[in-house]
Each structure stands twice: as structure tokens, then as C-alpha cells.
Design a protein around this ligand. Structure first.
Ligand SMILES: [Zn+2]
Length: 293
């Protein structure tokens, strides 16, 4: 699945790479072998490797082409960035921009870049290296960041005088965009155009947001890291070790899943394995994932 239609728009998927070996029990601290067994009939092996308790994390960007605009949702890890503490993203040299081009999208075509949050794998291609400097990859785009996400990186907001995780990412992938005058900070609900809206879904990070695209009768929710793996659809209480507020993340997730189940919205997460997208059905007191378009 590399593209699909949505309410008269086209959505393309551009993959950067796949992390095949994410340790699920470390990633979801409250995940247990019992929960895996409970959902094994649909979870294993498509979305969970039971032999070594790993999940696959796909790094990908969604390109939404509306009648008037080209909008990117999340920009993966980026090339040439020093990430010694995260070897899989360290000094990458992937053909991401070539793949974006193959999807019919040149960097100068991009009107808006939506970063659901400022983690390493969601803002990387915001910038690229040019003559030793980080410059915006998408020269004509407005980059939409949540104000609350930005605020946590201001030194006056450091908790106990300590910078939050990925302060280096903020420096090379967000600050150059601000310096170029291409950043727009958004608060609360924000209407990008007549088909696309940003909505807060905090918890994974303070300013995490989701992107709602489409029309009343056909809507897609681009949920970023509000949901990392289908197991969290069946067990919405499972937050990750990287969530700053796991309880709040679970509340945001529950709200998204209720919305999808009730209205039939398409769920478009950032990291799911093939087919990458799906629908959500109510099952008992919880939910079930129905993969595919
Ligand atoms: Zn992520």
C-alpha cells in the first residue's frame, strides 16, 4: 500500500526504513506475555514476533495531496544527523528524497509540514545539510509545530534544570526552521485548510497532536505516536517507555479509538507494519483493529 484515496484527496506513503527488532516488553513496560497470548490469534505473527517479543517500527511520512495543497505528516529521521545514542538513525544516508520525488512530490511542492511532535523520528527531514549548515528541506513550506511542544525546549521550562530528551534534535531539526521564518506555532485546534485540521492529543509528549483529514463522510486520522502498534488498540492502557505522561497518552488514545470506531474513520498511524493503516471496531468493552483500507 503506497497510496490511497481519501475524500477526493490522495495520500502517499514514503518509507525511510524499518526497525525490525524493537523489544516490545521494554517499549511497553506494562505489556505482559499474558496480554500477548490473549491477542495472539490476530496479533501474531503479523504485528508481533512472539519468538523474541519484538515488534517492527516502520519509519514513514504520509503525503496528503488536497486540491490546493501538499501536506507532509511527520518527517522521519533525516540524513547525516549525528545520533550516537540511537545507532539506527545515526548518520543516515537513505534515498528518502528520491522516494518522495517518486511519489510525485519535490521538496519545493510542499506547502505544509505537520510534525505530530518533536521526537527524533518525526522531525528529521525538516532540515538537510547544506555547506555544513542545517537548512529547511522544504523551502516553500510552513512548518506547523505545537506551541506546548516547543515550550518544553526553552531553558526556562527545563525540569530540574535538565533539557528534555532530544534537545539535540530540536537544535538541528526545529531551530533552523524557526530561524528561516518558516515555523508556525499552533495551539489547540488549528484549521490548516478546508480539509485538514490539527488537534491536540497530548501524553506521548506535552504537545503531541494528530491530523484530521477528509470530509464528514470519509475521514482519516493521522495519529502519529498516539498509537505505535496494533496491540494498543486492543489494550489502549498500554503506553510506551518514551511517553512523558503515560496516563494522559492513554486518555488521548482512548478518545481517538472511540472516534474511529463510532464514525468509521480510517486510522493512519506513523509506525504500523503493512498494511500500515486500518479501521477500528468495538469489541466488548474494548476495540479491535481491522487492517487495510
Ligand atoms: Zn515515533
Amino acid at each position: 500500500m503506497d497510496s490511497f484515496g481519501l475524500a477526493g484527496m490522495t495520500v502517499h506513503r514514503v518509507e525511510e526504513f524499518v526497525d525490525p527488532n524493537c523489544d516490545a516488553l521494554a517499549f511497553f513496560p506494562e505489556l505482559t506475555p499474558e496480554l500477548i497470548r490473549k491477542h495472539a490469534d490476530w496479533l501474531v505473527p503479523q504485528f508481533y514476533e512472539a519468538s523474541n517479543n519484538t515488534i517492527r517500527i516502520v519509519m514513514q511520512t504520509w503525503v496528503i495531496r488536497t486540491r490546493h495543497h501538499t501536506i507532509l505528516v511527520d518527517t522521519c529521521n533525516g540524513n547525516h544527523k549525528p545520533r550516537p545514542y540511537f545507532p539506527m538513525a545515526d548518520q543516515l544516508n537513505t534515498p528518502y528524497l528520491e522516494r518522495l520525488n517518486a511519489a510525485g512530490c519535490a521538496p519545493e511542492d510542499v506547502d505544509f509540514v505537520c510534525c505530530t511532535h518533536m521526537h527524533i523520528d518525526h522531525v528529521g527531514w525538516n532540515t538537510r545539510l547544506e555547506n555544513g549548515r542545517w537548512v529547511p528541506t522544504f523551502p516553500k513550506a510552513k512548518y506547523l509545530f505545537a506551541q506546548a511542544e516547543y515550550n518544553q525546549y526553552l531553558p526556562e521550562n527545563y525540569v530540574d534544570g535538565k533539557a528534555p530528551i532530544f534537545a539535540d534534535v530540536f537544535e538541528d531539526s526545529v531551530l533552523p526552521v524557526i530561524a528561516a521564518g518558516q515555523a508556525q506555532m499552533v495551539e489547540g485546534r488549528y484549521q490548516v485548510n478546508d480539509a485538514v485540521t490539527i488537534e491536540p492529543a497530548p501524553g506521548h509528549t506535552p504537545g503531541h497532536y494528530i491530523v484530521r483529514a477528509g470530509a464528514a463522510d470519509e475521514m482519516g486520522l493521522f495519529v502519529g505516536d498516539a498509537i505505535h502498534n496494533p496491540i494498543q488498540i486492543a489494550e489502549p492502557q498500554l503506553s510506551t517507555a518514551y511517553c512523558v505522561d503515560g496516563k494522559l497518552a492513554a486518555q488521548s488514545r482512548q478518545r481517538i479509538l472511540e472516534d474511529c470506531a463510532e464514525h468509521g474513520h480510517l486510522l493512519v498511524p506513523t509506525h504500523f507494519d503493512p498494511p500500515h493503516i486500518g479501521h477500528v471496531r468495538r469489541e466488548g468493552a474494548g476495540f479491535r483493529f481491522v487492517p487495510g483500507r
